[in-house]
Design a binder for this molecule. Structure first.
Ligand code: BGC
Length: 795
């Protein structure tokens, strides 16, 4: 009831918060000092000196960004960029890649424009720049912030060598609905995991020092709550209570801001009725006042202009609303550049508003050292060196999630594959598909650098490998749908012409499988067309006739291993019932084949864990582990065990279990881990000791032992449940994780700190708080963890 009441009056709250600063102090807690990478007296001095010399047109020019390369959205206009840059009317460009191309515009800006203000070049560097790593959702499955940092660091260095000084990453939108295609770019469903990764991505891109020659400015996106698009339909509205917004959706952006992110991108959606690109509550109140963000905010592509579609005014009005709300730069929108001057001259917008936006933009340019080093040296052409490949492979190895590995009668577990296996059939349209294995949303990644599964496995197995593509990724019907969508991006559609004869191919695949001892089925989703932006789906099965292929090969009776290659949780219900071994390999990037081979043969023990729940049926979506309790729980729900009661009047589906098919945090290994002695060092602590100072109050520990016969890495996870909060809290929440490696028989004593940061929640007054209560605590290898202890917070 409480949360409903709050969500019903968002605008009232906004007005109240804006009007009464004293009230907002309640949650303006724990903001760090301003970003040391941007705030310096030297930078401020240079910014002010420059600002004084600027004409109104030059100031507005800094707030304008155009795409001078390919388009990643509907194009604003065909302008003569050389001329605009020479007049100082473009502050930033996107989609201009390569030292020669960026230098071209930079020379004009530095030599022909009156004040010689350099351009900041932005690009979508999403999972590496040239060296393409697994997609972000896969990186999240590693639960390894160091892996994210590595991907970002290498991406930054390569982007900078290409003249790109600003990357539109990380995307940290909480994604709880895999119908939304952009889940592939996210860290999944959980605010704690996503926050840890957000910090790591930012650290990797910016390296704590924007002026380094291999650092770039990062851009956390899409602010805010873009991932909560209703029904998983891209660009759709988001609607939620302010408690949920703050406690779940805003957390990872805040983590990125605390980590010093230099820029923020707005989102396309509305939040509780207000378009995010013109929302003073999120962009000014929260971002600037509460979080003390001092970088700049860019709109998403055309999002300022799209405010007209949100019916909040005509062009000049929406430009004013966006700027005044806190959107400093207009990405490919063509509005700030064309209407702001009139608005300012007519007194509708005070010039101080544009001055502030310009200050923020210039601050980042100075911090990047662009005024002193505007150009990029033209270097040698990119090659995927052995060293870069090794890093990409290691990251990909860590992202693979072994979903299932049940013993087969008379054979035992199919994985890891024994070298003694005589003949292996590799089947499926993803097995040799470089374009889709590299993953969606790569601008400069080259499918030619991808080592496919077929290449890697045939190197390993030689003649012992048989191969059949099995079917296409799409049917004629899919093709019609896709062809009806005008696609303005760079990716080439993977629809092969003519479409393959799937029936014929399936029977050939079955014949191939019959000749082998075991079949590996490489199935998935065409990443460039059906994943990422504007790629929402209501059916989450394998595309085309792949499911038919799977069923036909399984029916043939020989053992089958399924390797799933996709950037979103697919519905694997049939497979989970009929296929003994399933590996989730995501979209693994250039080292796809070697990494999958590492895992299949046990050279690397799988250690990835799901960052996102896998549904049994699409109808369960949005499905996530941190559900709120209900007054009529189905049996097992509160303990999070997958069983429904046979009662009628409980919160359940009649035709499917409530639980995930594969839950958050899930992932098997070729060894086993035991969890014993879960303990809290102080089982009872007085409330007065739990204060908001980032200090731990208690320490939770557990003994983790490798009880199997091979070395393995495990992600130890800690979950809590606040059992008596004044605002009801989820049945479980992740509040700690550690990736450890254990030799067979080895045990480690693992500890997790718990303090205000982990225990707080937002109360009805929207204040972060901890109250007297009992926290249940679980430690284990997934969100189903059973090793339990508790913490009592007393008056
Ligand atoms: C996407 C952003 C992206 C931008 C620039 C937009 O369509 O939503 O994520 O950074 O284009 O390419």
């Amino acid at each position: 009831m409480t949360t409903l009441r709050i969500s019903a009056v968002p605008s009232a709250i906004i007005l109240l918060l804006l009007a009464v600063p004293a009230l907002v102090c309640a949650h303006a807690q724990s903001s760090p000092t301003p970003n040391p990478q941007l705030a310096s007296k030297d930078i401020d001095g240079r910014v002010e000196a420059l600002l004084k010399q600027m004409t109104l047109e030059e100031k507005i020019g800094q707030t304008v960004q155009y795409s001078a390369g390919f388009a990643t959205g509907p194009s604003a206009s065909k302008l003569t960029y050389d001329e605009l840059v020479a007049k100082g009317q473009v502050g930033s460009m996107l989609n201009v890649v390569g030292a020669d191309r960026t230098n071209h515009y930079q020379h004009i800006a530095m030599e022909k424009s009156r004040l010689h203000i350099p351009i900041i070049f932005g690009l979508d560097v999403i999972h590496g720049h040239r060296t393409t790593f697994p997609v972000p959702l896969a990186v999240a499955a590693s639960w390894d912030p160091e892996a994210a940092e590595t991907v970002a660091r290498l991406g930054a260095a390569e982007a900078r060598a290409d003249g790109v000084t600003w990357v539109f990453s990380p995307m940290v939108d909480i994604a709880r609905d895999p119908r939304w295609g952009r889940i592939i770019e996210s860290n999944g469903e959980d605010p704690y995991l996503s926050s840890a990764l957000a910090r790591a991505w930012v650290k990797g891109y910016q390296q704590g020092d924007l002026s380094k020659s291999d650092s770039v400015a990062a851009c956390v996106k899409h602010f805010a709550a873009y991932g909560a698009a209703i029904a998983g339909r891209d660009y759709n509205a988001a609607d939620m209570s302010e408690i949920t917004l703050r406690q779940i959706y805003l957390k990872p952006y805040h983590a990125a801001v605390d980590a010093g992110v230099a820029t923020v991108m707005t989102s396309f959606n509305t939040i509780n009725g207000i378009p995010a690109t013109a929302d003073p509550f999120t962009l000014t109140q929260i971002l600037r006042k509460e979080w003390r963000f001092d970088g700049f905010v860019v709109s998403d592509w055309g999002a300022v202009g799209e405010l007209k579609n949100h019916s909040i005014g005509d062009g000049p009005t929406v430009a004013r609303k966006a700027l005044e709300a806190g959107t400093d730069m207009d990405m490919e929108g063509d509005l700030y550049g064309t209407v702001l001057a009139g608005q300012i001259r007519s007194g509708k917008i005070p010039e101080s508003v544009v001055d502030e936006a310009v200050r923020r933009i210039l601050r980042v340019k100075f911090a990047l050292g662009l005024f002193d080093h505007p150009y990029t040296n033209v270097g040698p052409a990119y090659t995927a060196t052995a060293e870069k490949r090794a890093i990409a492979r290691k990251v990909a190895d860590e992202t693979m999630v072994l979903l299932k590995n049940d013993p087969v009668e008379g054979v035992g577990a199919l994985l890891p594959l024994s070298e003694k296996t005589k003949t292996v059939a590799l089947i499926g349209p993803m097995a040799d598909d470089a374009v889709d294995l590299i993953g969606a949303w790569t601008v400069t990644g080259n499918p030619k650098d991808v080592i496919t599964l077929k290449t890697a496995l045939s190197e390993r197995l030689g003649d012992k490998l048989l191969y059949a593509p099995g079917c296409g990724l799409l049917t004629g019907q899919d093709e019609n749908v896709l062809n009806s969508v005008s696609f303005t991006g760079t990716a080439t559609p993977t629809v092969s012409q003519p479409l393959p004869d799937d029936e014929q191919m399936i029977s050939e695949a079955v014949a191939t499988a019959r000749k082998a001892d075991v079949s590996i089925l490489a199935l998935g989703e065409p990443t460039n067309w059906m994943e990422g932006e504007a790629s929402s789906r209501v059916h989450l099965g394998f595309t085309g006739n792949q499911e038919k292929l799977l069923e036909a090969v399984v029916a043939n009776g020989k053992p089958v291993i399924l390797v799933v290659l996709a950037g979103r949780p697919l519905e694997l219900t049939w497979a989970a019932e009929h296929v003994p071994a399933i590996l989730e390999a995501w979209s693994p990037g250039i080292e796809a084949g070697p990494a999958v081979t590492d895992i299949l043969f046990g050279d690397v023990n799988p250690s990835g864990k799901l960052p996102s729940s896998f549904p049994r049926a699409v109808g369960q979506e949005p499905l996530y582990y941190a559900q709120m309790p209900t007054g009529r729980p189905a049996t097992g729900d509160l303990s999070h065990l997958p069983a429904n009661s046979d009662e009628k009047f409980v919160s359940r589906y009649l035709d499917e279990e409530n639980s995930a098919l594969f839950p958050f945090g899930w992932g098997l290994s070729y060894t086993r881990f035991s969890y014993t002695n879960p303990t809290v060092d102080h089982a009872e602590v007085p409330i007065r000791t739990v204060v908001d100072d980032h200090q731990p109050v208690v320490s939770v520990s557990v003994d983790v032992k490798n009880t199997g016969t091979v070395q393995g890495a495990e992600v130890v996870q800690l979950y809590i449940r606040n059992t008596a909060a004044s605002v009801e809290q989820p049945v479980r929440e992740l509040k700690g994780f550690k990736r450890i490696t254990l030799a067979p028989g080895e045990a480690k004593h693992i500890t997790f700190p718990l303090g205000f940061d982990e225990l707080n929640f937002y109360n009805v007054d929207l204040k972060k708080t901890v109250e007297p209560t009992i926290y249940k605590i679980w430690v284990g290898g997934s969100s189903l963890a059973t090793a339990e202890t508790s913490l009592n917070i007393v008056e």
